[in-house]
Design a protein around this ligand. Structure first.
Ligand SMILES: *Cc1c(COP(=O)(O)O)cnc(C)c1O
Length: 451
């Protein structure tokens, strides 16, 4: 897990070692998913021990990595009034939320379910931001009744509904309006959100008009501006363009008489999915400096909503080889994990580093495998021609960088029960979501009386 040029934002001690000058040459330092004596560990727990206890496949998360990644953002905004609201859609288990809330995180939620889950994890309403393009009146009612930091409003019709619900409840709803700055985030099309053709936000060119309308609605209090341009951004330039536009808009709206005092800058900073690459995304500290440069002079409270960078490299998917199958021109590793457990490769052509849980002995020659799941779709392919040491049935493998948009996007396709989640903390581990039994899964169906 070492030897690459720049520190991976995953398991190392970047917080301690960040120094912008020698960007190349940071060493990985201590890791939280690391081989020790030939075995892969999650913090101080052997991954194989967890596998023996919970069965495969399963997700495992590292407390230390989650908290360290939160702190990287928190520290990056040191010196300005700010709140880091973890975008919990990346990984929403309550144990993860609590782990982050304990070190000061707020939450960015996009549904009633996420809102209630954050509350259940003990996050106070005044640290919960509600984003999303399709909030229903019921969702708005639940959030306004339970307490909310602000709604990030995405359209004029939504603004009217929030106003109506607030008046009905006799409260005033704090809002920002999400503006679409029309910048190209240069990321995968499915996770780009800041171009005018995307469904998100209102065109920045219409902001003055929309803010005037918001200010006229008695159930709303306009407090700021929101922007979120996409996910897995590997370059700061799109952020710079978007934030400059937000800075200009802040001045314009203030001149119009709006008390703009909070800027929600969204999430989206990418993570390194390839260990072997030196081409790592910018670090949170660089992102923080960009924020200070572009927006620091405005005296606004800053909110950011990172999801992937906090959870992504804090989690792995562990799976067992069921069969090694020799094809005509290639060997397949058929594993017990499948696209329903981790859909990113099928959905986004995403790359995950895949490593054996038993460290290959020195000098062992690796060979290429196609790594596939048991689901009846060719799309159930995790990787093609991936080099691994010779593998056999029963061997364990680990998908790195699987903590974000992994478990949360899982389904029971092929009637495969949702796989468990495990949280490690030092030398302890706990199942934070148990694998349902087959009966539990099957008995959720109900049979109409005519059958
Ligand atoms: C998805 C999303 C985020 C988090 O994005 P990451 O790439 O995971 O950091 C933040 N804010 C909003 C509004 C989102 O939709």
């Amino acid at each position: 897990m070492s030897g690459h040029g720049r520190e991976r934002l995953d398991e190392g001690n970047a917080a301690e070692s960040i120094d912008l000058a020698p960007k190349i040459g940071l060493c990985a330092g201590m890791d939280h998913f690391l081989y020790r004596d030939g075995a892969l560990y999650a913090e101080d727990v052997p991954v194989a021990e967890i596998a023996a206890a919970v069965g495969t496949p399963f997700y495992v998360y590292s407390t230390a990595t989650l908290q360290r990644h939160f702190r990287l953002f928190d520290d990056a905004l040191d010196g300005i009034d700010h709140l880091v609201c973890y975008a919990m859609k990346a990984a929403s288990n309550q144990a993860i939320l609590k782990t982050l809330a304990q070190v000061g995180a707020g939450m960015d939620v996009v549904s009633q379910g996420e809102y209630l889950r954050a509350k259940a994890a003990g996050v106070p309403g005044d640290k919960i931001v509600f984003s999303g393009v399709g909030k229903t009146a019921e969702e708005i009612r639940v959030a306004l009744s339970g307490g909310i930091r602000q709604f990030n409003v995405e359209s004029e019709p939504e603004m009217e509904v929030i106003n109506a619900v607030a008046l009905e409840l006799g409260v005033v709803a704090p809002i920002t309006v999400r503006v679409n700055p029309d910048v190209d985030a240069k990321t995968h099309a499915k996770i780009a959100t800041g171009k005018s053709e995307n469904k998100f936000g209102i065109p920045i060119s219409r902001a003055v008009e929309v803010y005037a309308r918001a200010a006229a609605l008695p159930g709303l209090e306009v407090i700021g501006i929101d922007v979120h341009i996409g996910s897995q951004l590997t370059d700061l330039e799109p952020f710079r363009l978007a934030y400059q536009k937000v800075a200009e808009l802040t001045e314009v709206l203030r001149a119009e008489g709006h008390n703009i005092r909070r800027l929600d800058l969204g999430g989206g900073l990418g993570i390194p999915y390839h260990t072997q690459s030196n081409d790592a995304p910018p670090l949170p500290v660089e992102y923080g400096m960009l924020i200070k440069h572009t927006l620091g002079h405005l005296g606004c409270e800053i909110e950011i909503e990172p999801g992937r960078l906090i959870a992504g490299n804090a989690g792995m998917l562990i799976s067992e080889v069921i069969y090694v199958k020799s094809g005509e021109d290639r060997d397949f590793l058929i594993i017990d994990g499948a696209m329903n457990d981790l859909i990113r490769p099928a959905m986004y052509e995403a790359h995950h580093d895949i490593i054996p849980v038993v460290e290959p002995a020195a000098g062992i020659e690796s060979q290429p495998y196609d790594i596939v799941g048991p689901v009846c779709e060719s799309g159930d392919t995790f990787a093609k021609q991936r080099d691994l040491p010779p593998m056999a049935a029963g061997n364990l493998i680990a998908f790195r960088s699987a903590g974000a948009y992994g478990a949360v996007m899982a389904s029971e396709y092929n009637s495969r029960p949702l796989i468990p989640e495990v949280l490690v903390n030092g030398d302890q581990f706990a199942v934070i979501r148990a694998r349902p039994t087959f009966d539990e899964m099957i008995n959720r169906d109900s049979i109409p009386e005519w059958l």
